[in-house]
Design a protein around this ligand. Structure first.
Ligand SMILES: Cc1cc2nc3c(=O)[nH]c(=O)nc-3n(C[C@H](O)[C@H](O)[C@H](O)COP(=O)(O)OP(=O)(O)OC[C@H]3O[C@@H](n4cnc5c(N)ncnc54)[C@H](O)[C@@H]3O)c2cc1C
Length: 491
């Protein structure tokens, strides 16, 4: 099929999720004259919140920090997926971003030419299969961290003989009827914790089947400070800012305590769950993780709704390993068989490296395993390309705003210097730097990261070659980062 020339834009954003929409807002705000296109492989905007439409899907983070700095959140702290999509739609409308968004456009390859000072970006349209070719001066990768088309599904014995329905939350079928059904949800992470209370009222019974327990935190869905402030009828902007600061403080505290006093936090989390569970519940077996708090995400259970489903007997937990699927359920190692009409595999993601785009720089394919991150925003030896990867322990979006500020400064610096190219390059004093994996397992080690470490880029042992810093550090570091410290070559 002939490749269609789709034209040239100053900036090409990959991904129309929280990151891509935020990036586009900041770009339009600071550089209204630059031409722009936002490409997304899916058939609609919203990224994660479009992919995940299972019952009860909601944020773990409060929306005051998950929302952007520039756009007040007006609802309760925790929001449903649909409400987040509606918020993103408001941003798209207010900034007239719709004209730049092209859904059903998967970017497959990006080729940089120093001679032409531009990227050539290969795109496949989902509806027609048509191949398109864009060129751009700057590539902004806002592709998120996982493969939206292929969720992670472990192999289990006997799935072929199981006569019920198997569903992955990433591909929830519209109108799935749960009435009178025995549902088993495999997994113990945030997805299982949100899905179970949402379906417990409809299904005959829901069993959460976990190999090992996770940490949970059960704050009120509306923060007590928001309740106190409500009668003051404050402007939305004030409420947004006050609640943001409050939630940032709380996340700072959780993060710091996890690092400095993990046993204290462990005890706090377990003991705050205990009174919410049924009398005599085996907390050690089902709710006491084998890792330190925050080595994996702490799942938020607003108002303790998961525990309410357990108390009311609508849901139960089995902590065991799957031996095999049977015709009518799942047999676990203890020998018990859990009957199931529907099995939901809340087993997580396949991480993807920069949207699985094949990168080439001046004829050389980029092997990311040999590259080092520059502040978690650019990659060594890859010119005119920035990417967004949000926080692990604070809201993802806090970093979208900070990274966008830095990219704005970078584009302004290029303009002021008359440069058409900027590329992170190790200084002579950095060349013998000790390289560390993408993520230190001591710090953060969920399955999706550990399964993918071997194909990810690295970090160094010093700034600016590090990433995955906490928001508490970065909110000071990034705004002051010196863009002329010799680690960025401008040409
Ligand atoms: C159910 C769920 C709940 C979550 N809750 C929270 C939370 O409460 N707080 C928090 O901080 N984080 C949460 N996260 C993490 C979440 O992924 C981020 O918060 C955020 O949504 C990421 O936004 P993004 O725009 O960077 O990426 P995504 O939302 O992943 O969107 C990326 C988009 O890029 C597109 N794309 C990727 N590759 C290509 C390509 N090659 N070509 C074209 N398009 C491409 C994808 O189709 C997708 O639409 C949650 C994740 C899930 C799955």
């Amino acid at each position: 099929m002939e490749i269609q020339d789709a034209g040239h834009v100053d900036v090409l954003i990959v991904g129309a999720g929280v990151s891509g929409i935020g990036a586009a807002h900041h770009l339009r705000d600071q550089f209204p004259d630059r031409t722009l296109v936002i490409l997304d492989a899916q058939d609609n905007r919203g990224g994660t919140w479009w992919t995940h439409r299972y019952p009860g899907v909601r944020s773990d983070s409060d929306l005051f920090t998950y929302g952007y700095r520039f756009k007040p959140w007006r609802g309760p702290s925790i929001a449903a997926g649909e409400e987040i999509l509606a918020y993103l739609d408001e941003v798209i409308d207010e900034d007239a971003l719709g004209q730049f968004i092209r859904c059903g456009h998967r970017v497959t390859a990006a080729t940089w030419s120093t001679e032409d000072r531009q990227w050539t970006v290969e795109v496949t349209r989902g509806d027609t299969g048509q191949q398109l070719r864009y060129t751009t001066g700057f590539l902004w990768m806002c592709q998120g961290y996982y493969n939206h088309a292929e969720p992670y599904l472990p192999r289990w014995e006997g799935t072929d003989r199981f006569q019920g329905v198997m569903v992955h939350p990433q591909r929830w079928p519209e109108g799935l009827d749960l009435a009178g059904k025995r549902v088993v949800v495999i997994g113990s992470g945030a997805t299982a914790a949100t899905l179970i209370p949402a379906i417990a009222g409809q299904a005959e019974h829901v069993t959460m089947l976990q190999r090992s327990p996770s940490y949970y935190f059960a704050p009120p869905a509306t923060h007590e400070l928001a309740v106190t402030l409500a009668p003051l009828d404050l402007p939305d902007e004030w409420m947004h800012e006050i609640m943001r600061r409050q939630y940032i403080l709380r996340s700072d505290w959780l993060t710091r305590t996890a690092r400095e006093a993990p046993e204290e936090l462990h005890t706090f989390l377990i003991e705050s769950m205990r009174p919410l569970l049924p009398e005599g519940f085996d907390v050690d077996k089902h709710f006491t993780p084998r890792y330190r708090p925050w080595q994996q995400r702490i799942a938020v259970v607003p108002d303790g709704d998961l525990f309410a489903a357990l108390r009311e007997g609508k849901a139960s937990i089995v902590t065991d390993t799957i031996e095999t699927f049977t015709e009518h359920g799942i047999k676990v190692s203890s020998g018990a068989e859990i009957p199931a009409d529907i099995v939901v595999t809340a087993t997580g993601f396949n991480m993807s490296v920069l949207g699985d785009v094949a990168f080439t720089v001046d004829g050389e394919p980029v092997d990311f395993t040999e590259r080092v991150t520059w502040r978690g925003i650019m990659i060594s030896g890859v010119p005119n390309m920035a990417y967004v990867f949000g926080y692990l322990r604070h809201s993802w979006t806090l970093r979208v705003d900070l990274v966008s500020d830095l990219v704005g400064r970078l584009l302004a610096t290029m303009r002021d210097k008359g440069a058409t190219m900027v590329v992170p390059a190790l200084r002579p004093q950095d060349t013998d730097m000790r390289l560390r994996p993408f993520c230190d397992p001591e710090n953060f080690n969920p399955g999706y990261v550990m399964r993918t470490q071997h194909i990810l880029f690295k970090q160094g042992d010093r700034e600016p070659w590090t990433h995955l810093l906490e928001h508490e550090q970065e909110r000071d570091i990034l705004p002051k980062a010196d863009l002329d410290d010799g680690t960025l070559a401008y040409r």
